[in-house]
Design a protein around this ligand. Structure first.
Ligand SMILES: [Mn+2]
Length: 328
């Protein structure tokens, strides 16, 4: 791991001004974990650093070291440097960012070129993997158990607990390093996955009752109507991970979950694949993005129309794949 030059390290080493680290709206474990790990490390290096995001810390991540120090975006201050982590561009913060210069650390496909110091690798399993590389090359000794815990959370959540096809020997090598540094896998897994409230279970029950299958069971659709959230006293954040119940069905190639937003006409859509369809391409058709097996988008419109458009797009991609296999 050591021995190669990472320009963003040199850039941050010489920065004496104010640094803002931020992540995308509706943040996940990888975004928050990357942000907090980098935040703690830069503090140790006596940098003038602030971590901030638009939303509150979701309950499942409220145990992360230093999460109480995350500020709420937008901030009035203009920072000398802004670092966007785990997002295709600073625009994904969902609010205006005031910084003289933006740097990006990320693993999404495509995205905005923010600076020559950007550290991007779409093959990395998680942004926390990339932050791990940066910190290990900068000063391995400065990585303590708190930093390792934040990095481990992102690595675990973005790989679906080391199950998705972005999981490889590098992922495990980084996980091993983080565990050696003090990250506790069973504690972290417990804190993220085993602290659901009964209300969330009731929300899951309602959501599962919406399951629909299309294209001979290859496409599965779950829906979270706004009423479900209101009836169970839960929030959109509580739907995290629900889509995997649909993805886990035998025969399903692509699973989607449609979450109705407060205005009742916007749908937040998560798409998960199992390898045959590049779901990032589907999300892109609807103005979103992501990875080969996990992507998302937002669509405004009538529920049935939006759903049908998505299914049509997925079905087209599925049949393209099947034609290719037949030719082979
Ligand atoms: Mn990520």
């Amino acid at each position: 791991m050591e021995g190669y030059v990472i320009p963003i390290i040199e850039r941050l080493k010489r920065e004496e001004g104010s640094i803002l680290i931020f992540t995308h709206e509706n943040p996940d474990g990888d975004g928050i974990g990357s942000m907090l790990a980098l935040y703690q490390f830069l503090k140790k290096k006596n940098k003038n650093v602030v971590a901030a995001m638009k939303d509150n810390v979701p309950h499942i991540y409220d145990f992360l070291p230093y999460n109480q120090e995350i500020k709420k975006l937008p901030l009035d201050k203009t920072f000398d440097v802004g670092i966007i982590v785990d997002a295709a561009g600073a625009y994904r913060a969902g609010v205006e960012i005031k910084a003289k210069e933006i740097l990006r650390i990320d693993h999404h496909i495509g995205g905005v070129f923010e600076s020559i110091y950007d550290y991007i690798n779409p093959y990395a399993a998680a942004t926390t993997y990339l932050v791990g590389e940066i910190l290990r090359n900068w000063d391995e000794e400065a990585i303590d158990a708190d930093i390792a815990t934040c990095l481990y959370v992102g690595l675990m959540t973005d790989t679906g607990s080391f199950r998705y096809n972005n999981t490889n020997e590098k992922t495990f090598e980084m996980a091993e390093f983080l565990v050696k540094k003090g990250a506790n896998p069973s504690y972290i897994s417990h804190m993220v996955f085993e602290r659901n409230s009964l209300n969330v279970l009731k929300l899951l029950q309602k959501t599962l009752s919406t399951i629909e299958l299309y294209e001979d069971g290859k496409i599965a659709v779950l829906t979270v109507f706004r009423d479900f959230l209101e009836e169970t006293g839960t929030t959109e954040e509580d739907t995290e991970g629900f889509v995997h119940f649909a993805r886990g069905l035998d025969g399903v190639e692509v699973a989607i979950i449609m979450i109705q937003r407060e205005d009742r006409k916007t749908w937040r859509i998560s798409i998960r694949g199992k390898g045959k369809v590049d779901v990032q391409k589907i999300a892109k058709c609807f103005g979103g993005g992501g990875h080969k097996d996990a992507a998302g988008c937002r669509v405004i419109g009538d529920y049935h129309e939006v759903k049908q458009k998505l299914i049509n797009e997925i079905a087209t991609n599925l049949s393209k794949y099947e034609e290719l296999v037949e030719v082979k």
